[in-house]
Design a protein around this ligand. Structure first.
Ligand code: CP
Ligand code: NVA
Length: 297
């Protein structure tokens, strides 16, 4: 594995191996080797972040490396320097790069032009690091995804849904997505995915019925904050006690965070499932350390 650009590009074997490594690194935290000893890893972020930034900075340090955070305003990228030129400069100086931005193509271009390990820390298309942490949490809480039904209630067009759909394709679990009619996964994407285990409905109750995992995300992703009309489409799509009543016994609730209480999730449900949701947030650290170990040179 040279890069982590998407879940789409991972095989089932690679996903399982990363999760095993993450669980091992979690158990032995504080007794890490130093595979990144002497290395500098750049974090280029053109969108906000709490979890991703902190978990990568801490993880790189724990593995012996030095993180260098570069917001778009810190570097010439924010003034229009092309990503391919930024990549060719950083590729000659740092040992790896983690990028959070809008276009997936920018992450792909960076990996090609820089020649150094590159990690997608969220684009408009995918959020692979989050999915790895989510799968680790499902392993810990439910003993795995085999035979489990995973529901996603929310924006079917978002990076999280797309990464979940690729995870379902690779791993074979049942994924039921409930989205408003205007925010469903594009038909051409579903054709390309060709996964009979992924279903899409406009009815949250149908998706949540007998689900072992109920998953949600913000209604307006980063960059969409002014699309207040879009938010109106999500009436009836809140993860709340009523929706969970039909879920499977022993179900868990996941939220990648940040959460907007009273919108995609009720205060009551978030607090009732806070133990799982913040374990999920912590798992970002362990999952990403596994990715760093796998791709560092
Ligand atoms: N879930 C997630 O990626 O959180 P941040 O936006 O805070 O990094
Ligand atoms: N879909 C959300 C995920 C945040 C972690 C966004 O892109 O803003």
């Amino acid at each position: 594995m040279n890069h982590l650009l998407s879940i789409e590009q991972l095989s089932a074997k690679e996903i399982v191996s990363l999760l095993e490594s993450a669980a091992h690194l979690k158990r032995q935290r504080g007794r890490d080797g130093k595979p990144l000893d002497g290395q500098t890893w750049a974090l280029i972020f053109t969108k906000s972040s709490t979890r991703t930034r902190v978990s990568f900075e801490v993880g790189i340090r724990e593995l012996g490396g030095f993180p260098m955070f570069l917001s778009k305003n810190d570097i010439q990228l924010g003034r229009g320097e092309p990503i391919k030129d930024t990549a060719r400069v950083l590729g000659r100086m740092v040992h790896g790069t983690i990028i959070r931005t809008f276009a997936q193509q920018d992450v792909v271009d960076f990996s090609e032009y820089s020649g150094i390990p590159t990690i997608n820390a969220l684009t408009d298309d995918e959020h692979p690091c989050q999915i790895l942490a989510d799968l680790l949490t499902i392993n810990e809480k439910l003993g795995g995804w085999e035979g489990k039904k995973i529901a996603f209630i929310g924006d079917g067009f978002s990076n999280m849904t797309r990464s979940w759909m690729w995870a379902a394709k690779r791993l074979g679990f049942e994924l039921a997505i409930a989205s408003p009619v205007t925010c469903q996964p594009p038909a051409e994407f579903l054709t390309e995915l060709n996964a009979p285990n992924v279903t899409v409905t406009t009815d949250p109750a149908t998706a949540a019925k007998n689900a072992d995992v109920i998953n949600t995300d913000v209604w307006l992703s980063m960059g969409q904050e002014d699309q207040k009309d879009k938010e109106l489409e999500f009436a009836g799509f809140q993860v709340n006690a009523g929706l969970l009543a039909a879920a499977a016994p022993g179900h868990i609730v996941l939220h990648c965070l940040p959460a907007y209480r009273g919108k995609e999730i009720s205060e009551e449900v978030l607090e009732l499932h806070a133990n799982t949701i913040f374990q999920q947030a912590e798992n970002r650290l362990h999952a990403q350390k596994a990715v760093l170990v796998a791709i560092a040179r």
